[in-house]
Ligand binder design. Structure first.
Ligand code: CAA
Length: 286
């Protein structure tokens, strides 16, 4: 089946980024779905803002911006996703929620359509198992900010077919990304490595080894990371970081993944990072 239309479920930070990248790929139509108009509109406005920035910098013409936006169809009706030839789900990271979405997608999507999930740590195999097409379910994990980050981690569930992997890999390349293959294991490759590093940085802060600035500067200036681990945690969202550490800790039954108490405390306080204006750093003035 030739992929002409791609649906993205969830219009948040990741979903809108994926929709932008998909629509910017020549000829691909995008169905952008979320549960309420306000969420779809917010995601669409983020895309407009990003494209405006590209126009301002001379990287895109006004006409090209119009064509990209014209390829995106907004909807809150899951039935509309039935027109898609490929689906990427990027809704909230709650397993029960995702299982329900995949049951619905399995019902409304045409036979043979691949259902990908952008989950950052939930089991692909389990998500696939609630559908009648587990061989067509795969992980397609993008990175924030999606329009900028090159990587797409492609995760094979236990039943994912080779053909599903190849089609997903080709699509990621069509999106201008570099796909890397991983197998289904908690945190896959990316968050198995990244999250314990972030968690350890939070432990270093908790134990008074260094200040926020000192910890981040060590990793930026000594290891050439573009952002320090605490600033990156703020970008990702501290609730997301905590959730992933909890998945690692419970899935491996290994205390080496225990979330730092300070991370829990920040989440309890509602200091979730950039999205709330405060995390390890203050963004209220930005
Ligand atoms: N959306 C679109 N474009 C963006 C953007 C956004 N949110 N943020 C920055 N950009 C673009 C800018 O427009 C700019 O484009 P040009 O080069 O074409 O002018 C470019 O990115 C660089 O931006 P800046 O000059 O403003 O800033 P920078 O050089 O400091 O780079 C950064 C910003 C790309 C975010 C960089 O700091 C970085 O790479 N940080 C690390 C990000 C990272 O590790 N992300 C992965 C998080 S983990 C995850 O997402 C998965 C998970 O499961 C948790």
């Amino acid at each position: 089946m030739k992929i002409k239309t791609c649906a993205v479920i969830g219009a948040g930070t990741m979903g809108s980024g994926i929709a932008q990248v998909a629509a910017s790929t020549s000829g691909l139509n995008v169905i952008m779905n979320d549960i309420a108009d306000e969420f779809v509109d917010k995601g669409f406005n983020t895309i407009i803002k990003n494209l405006d920035r590209l126009v301002f910098r001379g990287k895109l013409t006004v006409a090209q911006k119009g064509e990209i936006l014209g390829r995106i169809r907004k909807t809150t009706n899951i039935e509309d996703v039935g027109d898609a030839d490929f689906v990427v789900e990027a809704a909230i990271e709650k397993l029960d929620f995702k299982l329900n979405i995949f049951k619905d997608l399995d019902k409304v999507c045409k036979a043979g359509v691949i259902l990908a999930t952008n989950t950052s740590s939930l089991p692909i195999t389990k998500i696939a198992a609630v559908t009648g097409r587990p061989e067509l379910v795969i992980g397609m994990h993008f990175f924030n900010p999606v329009p900028v980050m090159k990587l797409v981690e492609i995760i094979n569930g236990m039943a994912t077919s080779k053909e599903t992997f190849e089609i997903t890999r080709n699509l990621a390349e069509q999106f201008g990304k570099t796909p890397v293959e991983a197998n289904d294991s908690p945190g896959f490759i990316s968050n198995r490595i990244l999250m314990p590093m972030i968690n350890e940085a939070i432990y270093a802060l908790y134990e008074g080894v260094g200040t926020e600035e000192a910890i981040d500067n060590v990793m930026k200036l000594g290891m050439n990371h573009p952002m320090g681990p605490l600033e990156l945690a703020d970008l990702i969202g501290l609730d997301v970081c905590l959730n992933i550490m909890q998945v690692l800790c419970s899935s491996f039954s290994d205390s080496k993944y225990r979330p730092c108490p300070l991370l829990k405390k920040y989440v309890d306080a509602g200091y979730l990072g950039r999205k709330t204006g405060k995390g390890f750093f203050d963004y209220s003035a930005k």
